[in-house]
Design a protein around this ligand. Structure first.
Ligand SMILES: [Zn+2]
Length: 671
């Protein structure tokens, strides 16, 4: 049988013919895709014609079609429904793809042609000008403008950094795996909620000590420990083990590794012409500079710090009231917070989960999209999907015009990576002809009957659905500007803003109906849920911001890299961090920034996007959360626009003003 990747998909709506794809087809098609793309790049770079937008930039957009077709399917399956063959191939393909892409963006002839297009002063449409400008940034960041010997030095730094980052991650994993806490004291166990004990027993099974309650250093294990273990010395032991991860002066120690990472990143930035690593990373972000990031963090820091101080006083009072004769420490914070939470809210999952049956919530999300944008979701039977858990929907405008396909893949299984994400099997574009999007949402909900979601999972479903709308409603010309192909600190706006509708009382009361009685969720419960989310936000915001400041500090260094402890102390002192709060991640296990590159000098982006979504939802609230004009503006300027313009400009077009922090402060209960 011929390789199915070599032709357009024959299935309805252009869905990949999953059942025709054999593992062997991937490798073959990747090879053909690389070859074809290399030929295309050579042709563009070595053309004898004068460079024009059409013969250079548009041709680049057209190039790599086969490679995209195979990569889109392969990398989706490798995270959503993998197997041994896919895993083995991924190890081979991922580094080749990285080298392939680097070669394109380090191609100095190609870079020169793109520069010539820009410098020719030819008049371009706004999306075209943006495309040229983003392309140039990408070339510069990859080192295309450097002389050959400097470029080789940068390559050497890249290679060394890749090794160091991998070692960093492995050390964190080794330290985490090496630690286990077996709790046997009956009085300690008795104080733990049932679900925590169940999880600890499951971990015991997993580690070959059946019947024992085992806790580990993973965040999902450590958090309930610190919340519920009533033995203070035990809490301290586990907290110290956690916060010393990668910092035990043994073979797994990360201090030297991360110091070298910081140093090499600074050196690379300097060779590439940037002041420091933060400037290098932020050149491709909405935030643009670390000054702007710091300015935003500072505006949130002051109220967060003040609230955290109040929270600390309240917790200290609980300690005293119980006759405790000690000062609140980091291993006490969550424990006493839980006590206060119970006093104030007395809310447990059993009260609200029956209102959040999966199908209800999914239909609730669809209903919000229909009310906002007039679009409809129609379930399709008998279309090829890659796994029986997958549901496929035809998405259309109010007038029936076809928009694209939306797949949901909600259940956990062993062939799927953990977490939740949105992705595409085909991105929207409209160069020569209209290409409609095929979008997927993946989650990891427990496949139980009925499947009842927690509040976090409800938010996750709405969040990924928001990304899904960004992909579905995209209406751009060029593939590289499509849907979620936007700056990293802007991409969470459509997803996070969607979460707001999930908890709006009128929306929640419509979709959240009791699984047995079909009764709508009581308004008092909705209000309690919303109110409880503002609880302990001084702490949560402070630990997050402290980690963001730490991230920036590591990446604004030059050749002088201080000791890890010194830099951490300097950051904590600089912002006046409460002694009972540590940054959410300390340097030696801060994997976001040291075991990969993309969130280095980028940990701030979560709250950056939250400022946008809180401010954006405020616009909806002022005009009505389903106001047609506001929805139309959001669709036009944000969801349809993809990466066709500067995100700050897009946001301004939608909201009519620059985003401000006050809505976020109110949302977190800090104002
Ligand atoms: Zn997201």
């Amino acid at each position: 049988m011929s390789n199915p990747f070599y032709a357009e998909w024959p299935s309805p709506f252009g869905l990949p013919s999953f059942s025709d794809i054999e593992p062997i087809h991937f490798e073959e098609a990747f090879q053909a895709g690389f070859d074809q793309n290399n030929e295309e790049i050579d042709t563009i770079a070595n053309s004898l014609e004068d460079p024009t937008f059409a013969n250079t930039v548009v041709e680049l957009e057209r190039a790599g079609e086969l490679l995209s077709r195979v990569a889109d399917v392969f990398f989706n399956l490798s995270i959503a429904d993998t197997n041994d063959q896919i895993e083995a191939l991924e190890l081979k393909i991922a580094p080749r793809l990285a080298v392939h892409e680097a070669n394109i963006y380090q191609n100095s002839k190609l870079f020169q042609r793109v520069m010539n297009v820009k410098e020719s002063g030819v008049s371009l449409d706004a999306d075209q000008a943006q495309l040229v400008s983003d392309l140039i940034t990408e070339f510069v960041r990859a080192g295309a403008s450097l002389d050959e010997s400097t470029r080789q030095e940068v390559k050497k730094l890249d290679t060394r950094l890749a090794t160091l980052m991998a070692e960093f991650g492995q050390n964190v994993l080794k330290d985490s795996n090496a630690f286990e806490l077996i709790v046997e004291t009956p009085s300690v166990l008795a104080a733990l909620p049932q679900w925590v004990r169940d999880a600890a027993l499951a971990e015991g099974d997993h580690r070959g000590c059946s019947g024992q309650h085992v806790f580990t250093l993973s965040r999902s294990s450590i958090t309930p420990c610190l919340q519920f273990i009533n033995d203070r010395a035990l809490r301290e032991e586990i907290y110290r083990a956690y916060s010393c991860c990668g910092n035990n002066d043994d073979v797994n120690d990360n201090k030297k590794i991360l110091s070298e990472i910081a140093l090499l990143r600074a050196q690379r930035a300097s060779k590439l012409g940037f002041a420091d690593h933060a400037a290098f990373m932020l050149s491709d972000r909405m935030a643009e500079s670390s000054d702007k990031v710091r300015n935003l963090l500072d505006q949130i820091w002051q109220p967060a710090r003040a609230r955290a101080e109040e929270e600390a006083v309240a917790l200290q009072k609980v300690i005293q009231d119980e006759g405790g004769n000690f000062t609140l420490a980091p291993w006490d914070w969550l424990y006493y917070t839980e006590k206060l939470r119970k006093q104030r809210f007395d809310l447990d999952e059993g009260q609200y989960k029956p209102y959040f049956a999966l199908e209800r919530v999914r239909q609730g999300a669809f209903a919000v999209a229909q009310k906002l944008y007039g679009i409809r979701f129609q379930r399709l039977e008998d279309v090829p999907v890659y796994h029986p858990d997958v549901d496929c929907y035809r998405v259309e405008e109010a007038d029936g015009t076809f928009i694209g396909l939306f797949m949901t893949d909600y259940f956990a299984r062993s062939s799927k990576r953990s977490g939740a994400w949105m992705s595409h099997y085909r991105a929207q574009s409209h160069m020569d002809e209209r290409v409609t999007p095929i979008i997927v949402n993946c989650c990891n909900f427990q496949n139980s009957h009925p499947c009842l979601l927690s509040m976090d999972e409800v938010r996750t479903l709405f969040h990924e659905f928001g990304h899904g709308l960004h992909g579905l409603l995209s209406r751009v010309r060029y593939p590289s500007q499509s849907g979620t192909n936007v700056k990293q600190d802007f991409v969470e706006l459509p997803s996070q803003i969607m979460e707001h509708w999930a908890t709006e009382p009128e929306v929640m009361q419509a979709y959240a109906r009791h699984v047995d009685s079909d009764e709508s969720i009581p308004i008092a419960l909705v209000e309690k849920l919303i109110e409880s989310e503002k609880f302990n936000q001084g702490f949560a915001t402070s630990e997050y911001l402290a980690a963001s400041y730490l991230d920036l500090a590591w990446h604004e260094l030059g050749d002088n890299v201080p000791q890890v402890d010194d830099l951490e102390a300097m950051v904590a002192e600089g912002i006046g961090l409460n002694a009972a709060i540590d940054p959410r991640y300390l340097s030696t296990y801060f994997q976001h920034i040291f075991s990969g590159e993309s969130y280095s000098a980028g940990y701030y982006s979560y709250i950056w996007a939250e400022v946008l979504d809180a401010d954006g939802f405020e616009v909806f609230k002022e005009n009505g959360i389903f106001d047609p004009q506001t929805a139309k503006a959001f669709r036009k300027h944000i969801l349809q626009a993809g990466g066709t313009a500067d995100p700050g400009v897009l946001y301004q077009r939608f909201a009519g003003h620059e985003p401000v922090v006050e809505p976020l402060l109110r949302q977190r209960g800090l104002a």
